[in-house]
Write a protein that binds this ligand. Sequence first.
Ligand code: SP5
Ligand code: ZN
Length: 344
Amino acid sequence: MLTFHNPLHHGHAPVHEFFRGERVPCFEKPARADYVEAALKARGHALQAPEQNSSAVLGQVHAPRYLAFLREAWAQWLALDAGNAACQPFPSVWPVRTLRSDVEPDNFVAKLGLYSMDNGSPLAEGTWVAAKAGADAALSAAMRVAQGLRAAFCCTRPPGHHAGPDFMGGYCFLNNAAVAAQGLRNAGAARVAVLDVDYHHGNGTQAIFYDRADVLFASIHGDPRTEYPFYLGHADETGAGQGEGFNLNLPLPAGTPAPAWFAALDSACARIAGHRADALVVSLGLDTFEGDPISRFALASGDFFRVGERLARLGLPTVFVLEGGYAAAELGTNAVNVLEGFEG
Ligand code: SP5
Ligand code: ZN
């Protein structure tokens, strides 16, 4: 499958994240994309550098002040203290209910809290450049599909589906899948569907399209009562305004075995077929894998061929965008299994 990779992803290499108050090595690490690239090459798939500039589309899915913050964040962090080059910034205060988010504070850490949903999205020196190149890769894949290619894959990190209109979260900064979907709309697709099969609910993508009928969002994920991102992803979230009926959440309990997961995939596919979509974007998280260190579904490597086969039966021009998946050494095999299952 034609793949756009992200030649700049190594610049996003934060060292640690927090888990239960302790610093632990980042799960979302450069080796993830390296393993996927290696598996693609080993199995004969062509890799290309991005050929589109996503700046205008990013402005359609993210708020200008958020994009400006992200672009300048590392420089502002260094401006606080030159020694910060060796440290990672984390937010420590957030504008929850009753606090104002309309006035951007001058204080850098306060701004970081304003634009973050968690303290789980560490910034590094190359984060903006890497995330922007990933969005360029997603738009490149979408444009090739808009021009008539059956399918294309965006192999990138950091992932994107937790990033909302004006916030980062869950290792995500720019919403690559939303860029692909909006790019397809701009190129003439009247209706687009986004199917999110990452273990974690794609709260950012849902938020971006929640009041729109032109982009259906469907997601299969760990029940947010117990699983990240906790505060979105329930079955009663069906869309708002014009978008009412164009959001489908299929939460499943942690520990759900593969047959029930595939039944949910059938339900999501039925809804997508009913949308009469002109194109499909798949937020391809592989953290549904039984060996994933931070997730609790149980798909085996061989099951990922069946995921691709089922998606192919929708008969839609399809853009695959890499999201999560933290069993790094198996990530390449699992991702390419989906793509080859799709290609038949
Ligand atoms: C894109 C994506 O998959 N983002 C996931 C973000 C999850 N953030 C919460 C991570 C919690 C890590 N818990 C470690 C458990 C180790 N037993
Ligand atoms: Zn995930």
